[in-house]
Design a protein around this ligand. Structure first.
Ligand code: URA
Length: 239
């Protein structure tokens, strides 16, 4: 038996805090009955619905990594009818992306129906490393990068320590290419970090998340994670 809000969070539907809010608002049913009391415990045999959606904890878990192309949205369903990352993957399961890449950002994204792993991977306190390569307008100097590495203010909050190195500068086209390693996942974080020091990002690609890389995956291609890789991600979680 587990607490209702925990089971909802583990399903990946929303965070535990949001689940508590939904319970209080009368948006959660257990076996057809609205539950507004906090702390109710449920088992695998209970039928749970949140905002009318059944939560199915027993579904087999699946995991994919995708090399996201440009011009694809990172949601399960786009109100403007644009192609989503989920549309690129052939599966019967109700998968969703872990975190977000902008419409024009390319690179590595994980998709799964495992809410527990999702919540772990996106929570900033768990320090999951993400490597990005950004092409910038202008010629960047080491001093500029030092500012980014020690933290810059975006949306009124300082970013945590990062690592960065210059990969190339091209004086003819007045552009630079920089590798940036961060552990957070705030909205448009990389673009805003460079904007904070006066540089526009022209192109952005996520090269890796933790030990997962894009090796062998061309743009638009995906593959399931191996059992070993999933265990390693869970291994990080339990370290
Ligand atoms: N940071 C951004 O600015 N955009 C992304 O898509 C990912 C990280």
């Amino acid at each position: 038996m587990e607490r209702l809000q925990k089971v909802i969070a583990l399903s990946g539907y929303c965070s535990r805090r949001k689940a508590e809010e939904l319970i209080q608002k009368g948006q959660v049913k257990v076996n057809g009955q609205i539950v507004t009391q906090m702390g109710v415990k449920v088992s695998n045999n209970d039928f749970i619905e949140v905002e009318g959606n059944p939560i199915n904890e027993k579904e087999e878990k699946v995991y994919y990594i995708l090399n996201k192309p440009r011009g694809i949205v990172t949601t399960t369903n786009d109100e403007k009818g644009r192609k989503t990352v989920v549309d690129l993957i052939k599966t019967e399961k109700r998968i969703y992306p872990v975190g977000r890449l902008d419409y024009d950002t390319t690179g590595l994204i994980i998709l799964t129906n495992d809410g527990e792993l999702t919540n772990y991977l996106i929570h900033p306190k768990n320090n999951i490393e993400k490597v990005y390569v950004a092409k910038l307008k202008g010629i960047i100097l080491k001093e500029d990068l030092n500012k980014i590495c020690s933290g810059v203010f975006i949306d009124g909050k300082k970013t945590s320590k990062a690592k960065a190195k210059i990969l190339r500068v091209d004086k003819k086209t007045n552009t630079s290419v920089v590798e940036l390693i961060i552990h957070e996942g705030r909205n448009h974080q990389v673009k805003k970090m460079f904007e904070a020091i006066g540089f526009n990002v022209l192109k952005l690609k996520r090269e890796s998340i933790s030990f997962l890389t894009l090796d062998g995956l061309k743009s638009g291609e995906y593959r399931p994670l191996s059992i070993k890789e999933v265990k390693m991600l869970y291994g990080e979680k339990n370290n």
